[in-house]
Design a protein around this ligand. Structure first.
Ligand code: AR6
Length: 205
């Protein structure tokens, strides 16, 4: 299920504006897939949870119903989770090994954009930390905050991809512990947003 659907190196290098510091060094680790994340056999999948960690609608509802009731039982022991942070559990009846529950920010256009960005970025970097600390070699992210929480697709995709790129660049030894980072979208608008921003941060060689 984790075939590299997105072949960065086949794209034309000149077609995209580059983010500062962009490098193709980690391109082979990055995948884009549009599917139901509950079907993925990644070591870890990342749920778009809320601060209670007790389930909800959207991808959270899909993950809890596919994992079975033991997931909620474990989540009850975690004492919730702050926005911008994440917690890890077992995956029970899901085909993945671990579920990382990240709490993205609710998008409020009146608030300063910087705060949203920091909180959403934090979800991605904390999830990556938890994945490597737990020995996961692959991680698939749902498009955190882009559903009920109202985040615009492009802004969310740019923040997600920048956070992953920054995390990989920050520590080479740590980056080597992850083989694959999958951006799993569900709706076409989110997939398009990833298609636009991935080559800016992971430029075709
Ligand atoms: N697989 C992959 N992605 C999915 C799936 C699925 N099965 N179902 C939906 N998506 P949302 P949020 C996408 O609303 O905005 C919950 O009630 C969806 O298209 O699930 O972070 C929680 O409990 C969208 O791109 O999460 C919280 O209360 C993305 O998943 C609240 O919603 C996230 O949409 C969190 O809101």
């Amino acid at each position: 299920t984790l075939t590299l659907l997105y072949k960065l190196n086949k794209l034309s290098p000149s077609a995209f504006p580059l983010a500062p510091g962009a490098t193709p060094k980690y391109n082979d680790k990055i995948s884009l897939i549009r599917t139901d994340i509950t079907k993925l056999k990644a070591d870890a999948i990342v749920n778009a949870a809320n601060e209670s960690l007790l389930g909800g609608g959207g991808v959270d509802g899909a993950i809890h119903s596919a994992a079975g009731p033991h997931l909620k039982r474990e989540c009850r022991t975690l004492d919730g989770c702050d926005t911008g942070d994440a917690k890890i559990t077992d995956a029970y009846e899901l085909p993945c090994k671990k579920v990382i529950h990240a709490v993205g920010p609710v998008y409020r256009p009146t608030k300063r954009q910087g705060m949203h960005t920091t909180l959403l970025s934090g979800c991605y970097t904390r999830s990556l930390d938890l994945a490597v600390e737990s020995g996961c070699r692959s991680i698939a992210f749902s498009a955190l905050s882009t559903g009920v929480y109202g985040y615009p697709s492009e802004e969310a995709a740019e923040t997600a991809i920048a956070a992953v790129a920054g995390w990989l660049e920050e520590d080479e030894a740590r980056a080597a512990r992850l083989e694959r980072v999958v951006f799993c979208s569900f709706l076409q608008k989110d997939e398009r947003a990833y298609e636009k921003f991935i080559p800016m941060f992971f430029p075709p060689a």
